[in-house]
Design a protein around this ligand. Sequence first.
Ligand code: PMT
Length: 414
Amino acid sequence: MTRAMTNGYEGKTVVLGVTGGIAAYKSVELVSRLRKRGITVHVIETANATEFVSPLTFSTMSGQPCISDTFERPETWNVKHVSLAQAADLFVIAPATANILAKLAMGLADDMLSTTVLATKAPVLVAPAMNTGMWTNAATQANMSILKERGIHVIGPDGGFLACGDTGAGRMSEPAAIEEAILALLAPTRDMEGLRVLVTAGATREHLDPVRFLSNESSGKMGFAIADAAMKRGAEVLLVRGITSAEKPGVTREISVESTQELYDAVTSHCTECDIVIQAAAPCDYRFSKVYDQKLKKMEGTSNLVIEMIENPDIAAEVGRRKQEGQTLVGFAAETEHVTEHAMNKLAKKNLDLIVANDVTMPDAGFNTDTNIVTLITASGMKAIEKMTKHDLAYLILDEILKIRGVDVSGTIR
Ligand code: PMT
């Protein structure tokens, strides 16, 4: 059995679009090469591509169903094109015919491949392959200029003898060269190497008795996404997590807590050792003044139960008081009204460099969602961020933190 090489590419997803050209056969080797790296490859073939290589060949090589317009009914595009577009860390079209390049330049979406690539936010790499006359045609060259201007990455075409009998530019680059380009684009950006990052995630829980507690809906997804992204970017990550329901990321060190006091103890014991502290947890502001050892019994004849609560320590404020030279402190604000106003107050009160303001009343934002809609607020301004996955938002928040720390992240590919 061949083991995938361990090289940091495991878990990456490439969506490979194959269009109708004789070079399509070379893409079969490309799929095999990527899979050996541990990369998941989903292939989308255009109807014309299936004339050169059957979808069965690509599904066998990729281990994933090959999507082709021959088999797919247009009604299913809507669902699949979005899920594949979102799954892609990189979108590759190899071979890319003059036709698909023109469609990309125009933003046309009339089949599964063009629809999916239009929907993706992943970087796109094209490997053009066509007859020399088509490649040098002013229309194709104008389309290439548009694509390059928009940040689409291009490899090739190479020169040489073409299948049509001509000699000149138009051969698709060799699979090994395309693989190299893919690896370079997927390479994890290790721009947080040497940084120690403390991330809090999840809810705290305040017990009233052994079976009852006060808590909230935080799943840990937001904090976990940040911890995971920071790890992937090379940071040493201490994750302090409360009660969570999401899948945990692998981190350098983890401390599990339940109550706000425990969260306070864990965070304040370690915050001064860290370069960056990101508090995405949702701690309970109050706890019960008396915690019963036994289950509290219903009191006969009493229709009103008044239970006293006392204030928990404000962890972020304490971290702010202990702020070290060169440290970057980040908080979240979960608000239901006057979102930016409340968040700005917290930014100042807790001595934060950045606060991520969530309007938790919005659909697809806040607690226990895979997406979030936030405003990033610093002392010098605010930036409203469109809806995105918590994974993508985590990268964006880390970019913002690095910018605050004076690091240039403009050329980073995600
Ligand atoms: O976990 P998920 O399901 O993905 O949900 C994510 C989230 C909605 C929980 C997250 O994005 C978020 O907004 N977290 C902050 C929730 C919160 O407690 O907000 P707050 O406005 O009450 O607190 C402001 C800041 O002070 C936060 O950084 C909080 O961690 C901190 N805090 C709050 C209370 C307290 N006693 N001590 C604190 O340090």
